[in-house]
Write a protein that binds this ligand. Structure first.
Ligand code: AQP
Length: 354
């Protein structure tokens, strides 16, 4: 039985300051996965124009995400780092997926509801179709594993639905063209063109919450800069934000169960655990019974120790734009070659003359 080659794909939008949530939910996992996997990491600039069309410094924002990838430890020689718009096959496959996905499926996407807010009629069609483009980003490489934060879980379920419908609707065409692969979907042996994508969401901080409100996701678009630690913050700013982070008056519990109903405490313990590669249990065995006046300075020290070298390297890389542009150009060429291989087969399966 043949099967899909394991391949990791993920992307980050160039839509402003990267924060600790992006780092712990996504980029730190990208770095860990590159050791034993073939990986493609993308700056998803086509996604960046869905919520806001015009950006003052799009080139700078794209370079900043690429710099964050590399400063965090991603090796652009071994793996592919590029920006999405350099590979038009993403948009081509997204159009096909717009015709595969059903409006009923898209209507259930909670991120669209959150981002469109009350002014739904005025949201762009691109924002509505965002999950279809995300499915194309992954499947144009027939990627099998996608490291993301917990907020992207629903979009990945949709990517699986799109892949499955394409495989089912075109099953005869796939066989005739000879492009399918024998694989397992759950317990069932099937012949498929697109793989069933596996989300990689685990870890102690799959959803990092706002420092001002433990029930809200830490987000680039939060109006309060105090709600997040940005990757470009200096040590003093990180210290101020963590010291001012909302907490409750109680000491930290000794067991994870004791974090229930305490979202801010749970969030800070999760951040500490993720930054130190420990579990929440291990963090509480060290800090259980301690007040936040003790825990917060320890979290500041740890955050600065992890982030300062990344921030320094990001600044250095962003000063050398030709170096970053060269990495993106090279990554774009390699990504285009792989994406075109898939698209040739997709066009053949559908029956487009080429
Ligand atoms: N708070 C978070 N905790 C864990 N993971 C997170 N991610 C985002 N926020 C958190 C993960 O970061 C990756 C890249 O995200 P994105 O650039 O696509 O932006 P986003 O998901 O829309 O979230 P942002 O950064 O907060 O932006 P806005 O303010 O626009 O919503 C993804 O893997 C995401 O899961």
């Amino acid at each position: 039985m043949s099967d899909f080659q394991p391949l990791v794909f993920s992307g980050v939008q160039p839509t402003g300051n990267l924060h600790l949530g992006n780092y712990l939910g996504a980029i730190r996992k990208f770095v860990a996965l590159q050791e034993n996997n073939d990986c493609i990491y993308c700056v998803v600039d086509l996604h960046a124009i869905t919520a806001q069309l015009v950006h003052d410094d799009m080139p700078g924002q794209i370079r900043a995400i690429a710099a964050a990838f590399i400063a965090s430890g991603i090796d652009p020689k071994k793996h592919i780092v590029f920006n999405q718009s350099a590979v038009p096959q993403h948009a081509e496959l997204a159009w096909i997926f717009n015709c595969v996905a059903r409006i009923g499926w898209m209507n259930r996407m909670t991120q669209f509801k959150d981002k469109a807010g009350k002014d739904r009629e005025n949201a762009s069609l691109g924002l509505f179709a965002y999950p279809s483009l995300m499915a194309a980003d992954i499947l144009v490489y027939r990627a099998t594993h996608v490291p993301v934060g917990d907020d992207q879980k629903q979009h990945l379920e949709l990517a699986r639905d799109i892949a499955q419908k394409f495989n089912n609707d075109f099953s005869e065409h796939i066989r005739r063209a000879g492009h399918g692969i024998d694989t397992m979907v759950g317990e069932e042996a099937v012949h498929a063109f697109f793989p069933t994508v596996e989300p990689l969401i685990d870890g102690p901080a799959p959803r990092v919450m706002s420092l001002r409100d433990g029930t809200k996701k830490m987000s680039k678009s939060d109006a309060s800069d105090l709600s997040r630690v940005n990757l470009m913050d200096d040590a003093e700013t990180i210290s101020k934000k963590i010291r001012k982070a909302k907490t409750d008056p109680d000491a930290l519990p000794s067991e994870v169960d004791g974090l229930k109903g305490r979202p801010e405490a749970d969030n800070l313990v999760g951040i500490y655990a993720a930054l130190s590669d420990k579990t929440k249990e291990q963090v509480l065995s060290e800090f259980g019974g301690q007040q936040f006046s003790v825990f917060k300075p320890a979290l500041v020290d740890l955050s600065v120790a992890v982030l300062a070298p990344i921030t320094g390297e990001m600044r250095r890389l962003m000063d050398d734009t030709s170096h970053i542009d060269g990495i993106l150009r090279n990554g774009g060429e390699r990504a285009r070659a792989r994406a075109e291989k898939t698209m040739k087969q997709v066009r053949e399966i559908i029956g487009f003359l080429q």
